[in-house]
Design a protein. Structure first.
Lengths: 509, 559
C-alpha cells in the first residue's frame, strides 16, 4: 500500500502535465499571430526579414570606422568572435569566378534564366579572381593570366559559424601560383560562401592544379547568341578536366575595424552576422499614427473616426434596444407579439441582401462617403432588442404594478428600476456592438470611397496601408496592432460579459 | 386589477365639457398634413430621374407619400365624430410629423453631414480626449476603493471635474461656437423656419391630444398601448427605413437590369435564369474545343471525360457556379476544422484544471479581433512563401529530418497564397483558427449544462473517461453541436473578408471567389446592381434553407 500511493500520485501529475502541455501548445498556436504582431510592430524594416526568423526586435549596432559611423558585423572564425565592418575602398569588392563543366553550362543555357534565378546548379569550382588574405598578401588571378594554380590539402582545419549558428569544420588548402607558395589558406566551403568553393565531392585527391588555357569557347544561348567562355584545365594526379568560367560575381570584403589586415570575403547573408542589440522601435507607432516624417501612413484620423463611429453606434443601439426591449416585454398591447416575430425574423436576413439597396438609399439621401452612413443605419438592432427583451421578461410583474400605482411614469420605471438591474446584459450588448462596429468592413468598403481618406475607418485604412506599403511589413503590422489591440484590451477587461453573452444568447436563439 | 376598475368606473361618466382647443388644432394640422403629403407626392411624381430606381419605385414611394393624406382625412372625420380612433390616428400622424420635421431640421442644420466635421474636430483636439480617459479611469478607480468612503468620493469629484473640464475644452476648441453660429446662420432660409415651426406645432398639438385621454374615454389598455408604440417608435422607424424598405427595394432590383446610374428596366426572372442556366452537352467529333459544343452565351464550366465521351458543362455565368462551389468547399472544410478542435478543447478545459480561465481567454482571443487585421497578419507573418513562419517551420523540420535520419526530402517553398492548390485551404485554416475559440465557449457551456448525476451513474457502472465521453457527453451535446455547425455554415456561406484581404491584388483568383465576394465584385466593380441583388437573394435562399432545417430538427428534438 505504501508503495502504491506515490505511483498513483505520479500518474495524476503526469496526466495533468499532459493536459497542460496540450493546452499550452494550442494556446501558443492561438496566440502566436498576436505575439508576433506586437513584436514585429516593434521591429525595424531590416530586422523584419531576418533569416533565421526570430521574434524579438533587433537593431544593428554601429561603430566608428574611418571617421564615419558604419554598421557593425561580426564573424566567427576558428571560434574567434571578431568585429567586422564593410570595407569601403574601391578594391574591396572582389570578383569570384565560377567554373563549371561544359555539359552543365550548355544545359544551363537552355533554361530560362529568370525562372531559375535562385538556382546555380553544377558549379564545379568557384575561385576568387583576386583577394586579400588574412595576412594581407594580395593574390591576383586575372582572367587572362596563365599562372598555374595549385591547391593542396593542408593539415589545418577551419571552423566557420554561419548566421544560423551552425558551426562547420572545413579542410584548409594551401595555394601555390606557378609553384610559388602563397602564405594563404583557402577553405573549401559551400558555394554560397565563396571563400573558396566547390560543388559536391567531385574534387578527389589532395592536390589540384588549375591552369588557364588561354582558349575561349563559344556556346549558343537560348536566344541563339554567341557567348564566349574562358577555358581552364583542372589536373589532379593523372586526370585532367576542362572547366569553363561560367560567371563571376562580386563579393563584399569585411575588415576588422581594429585590425584592417584581417579581411574576409563573403556574402553578408552567410558567415558574417550583423552585430545586434535588442531595441524596441516604438517609433513605428509614431510613424503609423502620423507623427513621423512619412505622412503617407497616417492612421490617426481613421482611429478617431473609428472611435467616434463605435461609441455612437454603441450608445445609439443601447438606447433603442432598451426602449424596444422594454416595450416588447413589459407593455402588453395588441399586435405586439406579431410585431416582435417580424422583428425577430429580420435577424435571419443576411446583410448582403441589403447592401445594394442600402448603397442606393445612401446615395439618394446624399449620405454616401460620409461618416453618418456608418452610424445612423446601425443604431437600430433587432438582435439587441431581442437580447434586452429576453432579459426584461424575467423581471417579476409586481415591480411595475407597484411603481405604476405610486404614479411613476414608464420612463422613470425604466430608468430607475430596469436599467440599473440590467447592467450585465447592457454591458454584454455594448461589448458585442463595440466589436461589430469596430471590426466592420464590407459596409465601409462599399460606402466610403477610396479617395476620401478623411472619412476612412481603421479597417479601410489598413487595406490601403498594406497596399501602398507592401515593402514595409513591420509598419503594416503596427497598423494591424493599432486596430486589434483596443478590442483585445476590452476583452481582457470585460471577459466575463463575453462568455455570458455567448452562452446566454447564443444557445437560446 | 385595482387600477383597471377605477378607470372603467370613470369612463362611462364621460363629461362633455366645452370642446378642448387641441381638437380643432389637430383638425387644422391634419388639413395641413393632407396638403403637405399631396405636395410631397406630387413632387415625387414630378422627379425626372428617381435616383436611377425606375418608375415602379417612384410610383411606390409617391403612393406611400399619399398615405398620410388619406390617414389625415380619416382622422378629421373620426375626430368630428368624436371617435377615440380619431385621436389615435391624429396622435400617430402628429408624432410622425414631428419626427419627420425634426429629422428634416437636423438635416438642414447639417448635423448628419456634420459627423465628418465632428470627427475632424475630435481629431484636431484629440489631446482633450485624454482628459476624458483620465477622468473615467479615476472614476473607475474611486469605485474600487471600498474601504475609504471619503477618499473615494473626493477622487470621484476630481474625476468629474476633470471630465467636465475636458469636455468643455473639447467643445470649445472643437468649435462648438462656430457650429452654433453655423446652425443659427441656417435661419436666413425660409425652410429652416418652416421645419422648426412644424416640429413645434406637431409636438404641441400631439401633446395636447395626448392629454385628452379622459375626454375620449381612454381605457388603461389603450393608454398602455400608445405607451408601447411610442417606446417602439425609434425601432419601428429605423426598421422601416433601414431594413424593410431596402429589403423590398432589393427584391425589386433583382428583377431589373439596374446598372450604375441608368434607369432600370423590369426584366422578370432574367437575372436568376442568367445565373442558374446550365447546359450539358457532349463534345462532338467536329468540336475542336469544348467551347464549340456549347450554345452561344454559354461558357465552359467543366468538362468530364468518361471513356472516349467528353461531357461539357456550360454555364451562362461561370463565376456564379464557381463562387457557389468555392463557398460550399469552404463550409465543408471549415466544419470539421472549426468544430472538432473546439469540442476537444472544451472537454479538456471542463476537467476543472487550474488556469482554465486563462486558457479559455487565450483560445477566445482570435474571435475578438477584426478579420481584416488577422488576415494581414497571416498574409505577412505566416503565409508568405519567403518570410512566412509556416514555411520557415517546414524548412527547419525538413532540415532536421535530413540531418537526423539522413533522408533527403526536398525543401519545398509552398505558395500558400499563390499556389492555386493551397489557396482555399489557407483561407479555411485561418477562418477555423479564428472561430475555434468561440465554438469552444459554446461547447463548454453545453457541457456544463449536462446534469452531473449522469456521470456519477456512469462511474458507478464503471465506465471509463472515453466511454463517458462517447455515451454521455456526445449525445447530450447534440443540440449544441448542431447549433455550432449551423452557425458555422451560416457564417461560412457569407465569407467575404478573408478572401478579400488575403488575396487582394490585381484580380482575385477564381479559386477564392466566394459567393459574397462574387456578389460584391458584380455589384460594386461591374456595377451590375440588379444582377448583384439577384445573387444576394439566391444566397439568402440557401441560408434560409439551412436555418429552416435547423428549426425543423430542433423542433423534432424538443417535441
Amino acid at each position: 500500500m505504501m508503495q502504491k500511493e506515490p505511483t498513483h500520485e505520479l500518474k495524476v501529475w503526469a496526466s495533468r502535465g499532459c493536459i497542460h502541455l496540450f493546452l499550452l501548445t494550442f494556446g501558443f498556436i492561438m496566440l502566436f499571430p498576436f505575439i508576433y504582431m506586437i513584436l514585429a510592430s516593434l521591429k525595424n524594416n531590416q530586422d523584419f526579414a531576418s533569416n533565421p526568423r526570430r521574434l524579438l526586435p533587433f537593431t544593428q549596432l554601429d561603430t566608428a570606422f574611418q571617421d564615419t559611423q558604419v554598421p557593425l558585423y561580426s564573424f566567427n572564425v576558428n571560434g574567434d568572435e571578431r568585429d567586422a565592418v564593410i570595407a569601403s575602398g574601391d578594391d574591396d569588392k572582389v570578383e569570384f569566378g565560377y567554373l563549371t563543366t561544359r555539359v552543365a553550362l550548355e544545359a544551363e543555357l537552355k533554361l530560362d534564366n529568370h525562372a531559375n534565378a535562385r538556382r546555380r546548379p553544377e558549379v564545379f569550382l568557384a575561385l576568387p579572381i583576386g583577394w586579400v588574405t588574412s595576412d594581407g598578401t594580395e593574390v591576383e588571378l586575372d582572367k587572362t593570366s596563365d599562372a598555374e594554380i595549385t591547391l593542396s590539402r593542408a593539415d589545418t582545419k577551419v571552423e566557420l559559424t554561419d548566421r544560423n549558428n551552425r558551426t562547420n569544420e572545413f579542410t584548409a588548402y594551401n595555394l601555390m601560383m606557378d609553384g610559388q607558395a602563397q602564405s594563404t589558406t583557402l577553405t573549401l566551403y559551400d558555394i554560397t560562401v565563396p571563400l573558396f568553393a566547390y560543388s559536391g565531392s567531385r574534387l578527389k585527391g589532395d592536390e589540384w592544379v588549375l591552369v588557364n588555357t588561354g582558349r575561349e569557347e563559344t556556346l549558343l544561348d537560348k536566344e541563339g547568341n554567341d557567348r564566349g567562355y574562358l577555358v581552364f584545365e583542372l589536373r589532379s594526379g593523372d586526370s585532367a578536366q576542362e572547366l569553363l568560367m561560367a560567371s563571376n560575381s562580386t563579393v563584399t570584403a569585411f575588415v576588422d575595424p581594429e585590425d584592417i589586415n584581417f579581411v574576409v570575403y563573403t556574402s553578408p547573408a552567410e558567415t558574417v552576422k550583423a552585430a545586434e542589440k535588442i531595441e524596441f522601435q516604438l517609433r513605428n507607432y509614431d510613424t503609423v499614427l502620423g507623427r513621423g516624417e512619412d505622412q503617407s501612413l497616417k492612421l490617426d484620423r481613421p482611429l478617431v473616426n473609428t472611435i467616434l463611429v463605435t461609441i455612437s453606434v454603441v450608445l445609439g443601439q443601447i438606447v433603442t434596444s432598451v426602449f424596444g426591449g422594454y416595450a416588447f416585454s413589459r407593455i402588453d398591447f395588441k399586435g405586439r407579439d406579431t410585431l416582435f416575430l417580424a422583428y425577430l425574423g429580420s435577424i435571419m436576413i443576411p446583410f448582403v441582401v441589403l447592401i445594394v439597396p442600402m448603397y442606393k438609399l445612401m446615395v439618394a439621401i446624399e449620405w454616401n462617403d460620409r461618416i453618418v452612413s456608418l452610424i445612423v443605419p446601425w443604431i437600430f438592432s433587432a438582435y439587441g432588442t431581442f437580447l434586452m427583451r429576453q432579459f426584461f421578461v424575467t423581471f417579476p410583474k409586481e415591480i411595475e404594478e407597484a411603481a405604476l400605482l405610486d404614479g411613476c411614469s414608464r420612463l422613470r420605471i425604466l430608468w430607475r428600476v430596469f436599467v440599473p438591474l440590467s447592467t450585465p446584459v447592457i454591458a454584454t450588448q455594448a461589448i458585442f456592438t463595440f466589436l461589430y462596429a469596430w471590426n466592420s468592413f464590407i459596409w465601409p468598403l462599399v460606402i466610403i470611397s477610396t479617395n476620401n481618406k478623411d472619412n476612412h475607418v481603421l479597417t479601410l485604412s489598413l487595406i490601403t496601408l498594406s497596399n501602398i506599403h507592401a515593402d514595409k511589413p513591420n509598419l503594416v503590422l503596427t497598423g494591424a496592432a493599432v486596430m486589434i489591440l483596443p478590442p483585445i484590451l476590452v476583452f481582457i477587461l470585460a471577459q466575463k460579459y463575453f462568455v455570458e453573452g455567448i452562452t446566454s444568447s447564443g444557445l437560446k436563439g | 386589477m385595482a387600477t383597471l376598475t377605477k378607470t372603467e368606473s370613470i369612463s362611462p361618466m364621460r363629461e362633455r365639457k366645452n370642446l378642448p382647443l387641441a381638437i380643432p388644432a389637430s383638425i387644422v394640422l391634419n388639413i395641413a398634413t393632407i396638403a403637405m403629403s399631396v405636395l410631397l407626392a406630387l413632387n415625387v411624381f414630378d422627379l425626372d430621374e428617381f435616383y436611377a430606381l425606375g418608375d415602379t419605385v417612384q410610383y411606390f414611394v409617391g403612393g406611400i407619400a399619399l398615405v398620410p393624406a388619406v390617414a389625415a382625412a380619416a382622422a378629421i372625420i373620426l375626430l368630428i365624430m368624436k371617435n377615440p380612433n380619431g385621436r389615435f390616428l391624429s396622435l400617430t400622424l402628429h408624432f410622425l410629423g414631428m419626427t419627420a420635421s425634426s429629422i428634416y431640421l437636423l438635416h438642414i442644420w447639417g448635423i448628419f453631414a456634420g459627423f465628418d466635421a465632428i470627427a475632424g474636430a475630435l481629431y484636431e483636439n484629440s489631446a482633450w480626449l485624454w482628459g476624458l480617459v483620465i477622468a473615467y479611469a479615476l472614476y473607475w478607480l474611486a469605485g474600487r476603493l471600498n474601504n475609504s468612503k471619503l477618499l473615494s468620493s473626493r477622487i470621484e469629484m476630481v474625476a468629474v471635474g476633470i471630465g467636465m473640464l475636458a469636455l468643455i475644452g473639447l467643445l470649445f476648441f472643437g468649435g462648438i461656437l462656430e457650429a452654433t453660429a453655423d446652425i443659427l446662420g441656417k435661419y436666413d432660409q425660409l425652410e429652416t423656419w418652416v421645419a422648426t415651426a412644424l416640429m413645434i406645432v406637431f409636438g404641441v398639438v400631439a401633446y395636447g391630444m395626448l392629454m385628452l385621454g379622459e375626454y375620449f374615454g381612454e381605457t388603461t389598455d389603450q393608454r398602455t398601448a400608445w405607451q408601447g408604440w411610442l417606446m417602439l417608435s425609434p425601432n419601428i422607424i429605423g426598421f422601416i427605413i433601414f431594413f424593410a424598405g431596402p429589403l423590398l427595394l432589393s427584391l425589386y432590383l433583382s428583377f431589373t437590369d439596374s446598372v450604375g446610374v441608368k434607369e432600370p428596366n423590369f426584366i422578370g426572372l432574367d437575372n436568376y435564369s442568367q445565373a442558374l442556366s446550365l447546359q450539358f452537352t457532349t463534345q462532338g467529333e467536329d468540336d475542336q474545343y469544348a467551347q464549340d459544343a456549347l450554345d452561344a452565351g454559354y461558357r465552359v464550366l467543366e468538362t468530364v471525360t468518361v471513356g472516349d465521351k467528353t461531357t461539357v458543362i456550360g454555364a451562362k455565368d461561370v463565376y456564379f457556379w464557381i463562387s457557389l462551389r468555392n463557398t460550399f468547399m469552404f463550409c465543408l472544410m471549415l466544419i470539421p476544422l472549426a468544430t472538432i478542435p473546439a469540442l476537444v478543447l472544451a472537454v479538456v478545459l471542463n476537467s476543472k484544471i487550474p488556469g482554465m480561465k486563462i486558457y479559455r481567454a487565450a483560445f477566445f482571443l482570435p474571435s475578438v479581433a477584426a478579420v481584416v487585421g488577422i488576415a494581414l497578419i497571416w498574409r505577412i507573418a505566416l503565409y508568405s512563401s519567403s518570410i512566412g513562419f509556416i514555411n520557415y517551420a517546414l524548412t527547419e523540420f525538413t532540415r532536421f529530418l535530413n540531418a537526423t535520419f539522413g533522408t533527403s526530402f526536398a525543401d519545398t517553398e509552398i505558395g500558400w497564397l499563390s499556389d492555386t492548390r493551397y489557396m482555399m485551404f489557407s483561407m479555411v485554416l485561418m477562418a477555423a483558427w479564428q472561430v475555434v475559440g468561440f465554438n469552444m465557449v459554446l461547447f463548454l457551456a453545453g457541457i456544463q449544462g449536462i446534469p452531473n448525476d449522469l456521470y456519477e451513474a456512469a462511474q458507478v457502472d464503471g465506465a471509463n473517461q472515453l466511454n463517458q465521453f462517447r455515451f454521455i457527453t456526445l449525445p447530450q451535446l447534440r443540440p449544441t453541436t448542431f447549433f455550432v455547425i449551423v452557425t458555422t455554415i451560416i457564417n461560412g456561406l457569407q465569407v467575404f473578408n478573408e478572401p478579400f484581404v488575403l488575396f487582394r491584388g490585381a484580380a482575385f483568383p477564381d479559386e477564392v471567389r466566394t459567393a459574397v465576394l462574387n456578389l460584391y465584385l458584380r455589384g460594386f466593380q461591374d456595377i451590375l446592381f440588379g444582377y448583384s441583388s439577384a445573387l444576394a437573394w439566391m444566397l439568402f435562399a440557401i441560408i434560409f434553407a439551412v436555418t429552416l432545417i435547423q428549426f425543423r430538427l430542433n423542433r423534432e428534438k424538443t417535441a
